[in-house]
Write a protein that binds this ligand. Structure first.
Ligand SMILES: [Zn+2]
Length: 460
């Protein structure tokens, strides 16, 4: 079996062949840090974290380089900084720290590089200068614009012609543009906005140029795999390609383009104005990160995902089943030399995580019903598969005591302490009421001479 990935440029699954197996490169467009990440922002992080882990398993951890940028200069950041009366760095650091904490709660590995726009300014300015020199960019009214007519393949990724783009009004029309599809590389800063000196005058970069400059600086062109949400195909990725190709005259910008599907709030678009945005920062206070990770990876990354409470409940019950099997098999040794073939085949088929998860269930069944040799092998393969995709590494016993769910654990411990005091005071009515509260939380209390212990009941 070979790894096959669906390449948006080719519109088909292609066998993955890196330019240099000793230096496999992956770039993913990262967050703009002006607010907490919502569950839709976490989806590409999860999907490409699985890809990063798989590539590390295939080529060796030291042979895979993964860069994800941080956009830390942007209109929304400027607006928030003005509203709060603080420098933009205060805003960006606050939300970058929260982003790191939230993604790590979901089990995402740290990328090898996390370049920030404000720290890549020299490379951005150098790239714009090269584009001007190569007649692929021009200055107009304090702006520098990319000349889309200078790049013959513009629109190839999104399969749109320049005429379609104008007709579809997908581009901002401005009087200083030579062509309506031309886009900003550099623009003057408004009063009070952050500003950098450049050969084109004081100002700040457009968004698209940031990624091209960062790829060049951290990974080099061409990159093996470029990823992001499918809303970035046009214009962001189209513009990235045009910039990279015209600045450096390389044969290709990225050899594989991977795009993940959107996350909706049930049947609605997730949006602030509808008040249905699920923030990872809020979710992790009462749902274990591993449950959210499972919920995000239970659908194939290219499919749209309707985020509902049911999706979260199903994820929790799936993990309860797997951890339950592991807990009952406490005495069974784990023997394997890696994940099962069926599990790897699923991941090799364009990261089919739902299929890989189903294989974990098959192994859990074998762990409960097989011969001693089959059970030992099933346990080893279950744990190895889970380790590859970032699951099942917690102690099964502690999983049923709230696992990573710190808030729940604190709440249950507090209730049990109150119940102990109520019983000591012979206040049986309060003790019963607290017990009922614990039952409602799915908690089973075991009283013994040494005090009370508890566990979460498995859901069926
Ligand atoms: Zn990007």
């Amino acid at each position: 079996m070979v790894l096959r990935l669906y390449d948006t440029m080719a519109r088909e699954k292609r066998p993955f062949v890196p330019v240099d197996p000793a230096r496999v490169t992956l770039y993913v467009c990262g967050p703009t840090v002006y607010n907490y990440a919502h569950i839709g922002n976490a989806r590409p992080v999860m999907a490409f974290d699985v890809l990063f882990r798989l590539l590390r398993a295939l080529y060796g951890a030291d042979h895979v380089l993964y860069a994800a940028n941080v956009t830390d200069v942007d209109d929304k950041i400027n607006l928030k900084a003005t509203q709060e009366g603080v420098p933009i760095g205060t805003i960006t650091q606050r939300y970058l720290d929260a982003y790191h904490a939230d993604m790590s709660a979901l089990g995402a590995l740290k990328p090898s590089f996390e370049p920030r726009a404000t720290q890549t300014m020299d490379a951005i300015i150098a790239m714009i200068s090269r584009l001007v020199r190569n007649n692929a960019a021009y200055g107009a009214e304090g702006h520098v614009l990319f000349n889309t007519q200078a790049y013959g393949d513009y629109g190839k990724l999104s399969r749109r012609s320049l005429d379609d783009m104008i007709a579809g009004a997908r581009v901002e029309v401005a009087p200083y543009k030579q062509h309506p599809a031309d886009f900003v590389l550099w623009k003057p800063s408004k009063p009070g906005e952050p500003v950098w000196e450049s050969p084109f005058g004081p100002g700040r970069p457009g968004w698209h140029i940031e990624c091209s400059a960062m790829i060049e600086e951290t990974l080099g062109l061409p990159v093996d795999i470029h990823g992001g949400g499918n809303d970035l195909i046009f214009p962001h990725h189209e513009n990235e390609i045009a910039q990279g190709m015209c600045a450096d005259h390389v044969a290709t910008y990225a050899n594989y383009w991977l795009h993940n599907g959107f996350v909706n709030a049930g049947s609605q678009k997730m949006s602030k104005s509808l008040g249905n945005v699920a923030l990872v920062h809020d979710l992790v206070t009462h749902v274990p990160g591993e449950v959210l990770r499972w919920a995000l990876l239970a659908s194939h990354y290219r499919q749209p995902l309707a985020w509902t409470n049911d999706v979260v409940d199903q994820a929790r019950s799936a993990l309860d089943t797997l951890y339950g099997a592991l807990r009952r098999a406490k005495e069974t040794p784990a023997e394997s030399d890696g994940p099962s073939d069926a599990f790897m085949d699923a991941l090799f088929d364009d990261l089919n995580t739902p299929k890989a998860n189903a294989e974990l269930f098959a192994l859990a069944r074998l762990l409960e019903t097989g011969s001693p040799a089959e059970r030992a092998r099933a346990k080893g393969q279950l744990l190895a598969g889970g380790a590859l995709t970032g699951f099942l590494q917690a102690d099964p016993q502690s999983w049923f005591q709230g696992g990573a769910d710190v808030a729940l654990r604190a709440r249950v411990d507090a209730l049990i302490a109150r119940r102990v005091s109520a019983r000591a005071a012979k206040d049986w009515a309060s003790a019963d009421r607290i017990r009922a509260e614990l039952t409602a939380l799915n908690v089973e209390v075991m009283d013994s001479e040494d005090g009370a212990t508890w566990k979460l009941k498995e859901r069926v």
